[in-house]
Design a protein around this ligand. Sequence first.
Ligand SMILES: Cc1ncc(COP(=O)(O)O)c(C=O)c1O
Length: 406
Amino acid sequence: MDAKAHAFATRAVHAGHDVDPTGAHATPIHATSTFVYGDAARGRRLFAGEEPGYVYGRIGNPTTRAFERRVASLEGGADAVAFASGMGAIAGLLLTVLAPGDEVVVLGPLYGGTGGLLHDLLARYGVRTNEAGGGPDRSTADRLAEAVGPRTKMIYVESPTNPTLNVHDLDAVAAAGRTSGALTVADNTFATPYLTRPLEHGLDVVLHSATKYLGGHGDALGGVLVASEELVAQVRAEGLRHVGAVLGPFEAFLLLRGLATLHLRVAAQCTGARRVAEAVRDHPAVARVHYPGFTDHPGHAVAERQMRDFGGMVALELAGEPALATRRAHAFLDRLELFAQAVSLGDVASLATHPATTTHELWTPEQRSALGVDDALVRLSVGVEDPDDLVADVRRALDAAAAVAA
Ligand SMILES: Cc1ncc(COP(=O)(O)O)c(C=O)c1O
């Protein structure tokens, strides 16, 4: 489907879907590990890449291919390759393009799994990671000008970041990539292509934990990356085929169905998140709300430029000295009824997490504090429930938190 001829919502429903030879209107789940090639000459041509087609499930599957083509269309990219999880996609890319001696400059804070892959695993293979210094008050361009050097092979950015929702300037990332020759990569999991399309800002690669907003129903793990045809072919041949984190056809089917409503879900989640952020802002039990839609958020101006809306995530810090604020955070979480306490995000159902004791538990208290992940911080992923109900739930839980004695 032509990305220029059809609007986002149309592509979300139709892109990647070819009418099946059986006439099936929904994309069928091709539950097969291998594909019959008929005669030996065709088998040779398929393996040599001289003829397009499917040969083995670790390299490609028609259901998965429909998902890849839909994501490529929504991100405005040439091609896509899917993986079993977001970490599968990230590892598949990094293992394909990096070599000993290379340096990766990151604009984070990074998702913990990505941080672990870079700092723990790839460090053992001679890949160096350099966190661009300075906080969200410094411009992305200044931070990159300082961090990028002759060995920088990749600039890797997450925006908005987890869990404090910093927004990095994608135009500045693309400019630094052009000047240095480094490959620029955006983890667009939090924004989704409905809100931000990094390739349109000039980045080279965009990737996702499809487990989150792309799937959107909390019932499938998946990952995907979008880039030029050449790079996608290389990642498919090496980072997917040789490593093996393959998306299963059933998960591809679930993710495809999720994508058809991406624009509806994310629009509703943005509305809900704004309502929740506004409702908790002045509550006496709250010290601070992180939400890029507020004009005093350090990333607000950049978010206005590069995001259609401000996303479905809100983080809040409970008030009080550290021990009290932590007890309040726990009381708040335990009193929530509609927000389920669980990691993950982007689900149609609202979720709440205490990052310091879950997703960021492996960091030291000093590292957490440098990232702004204090014990008093709670992260909310706003679902598509009625915003009035969500606001009432959060207010009730904050009243319970306020009642926790000093
Ligand atoms: C921003 C971001 N990137 C990547 C991942 C990893 O994705 P997955 O859990 O699908 O492997 C996550 C998971 O939470 C994430 O939040």
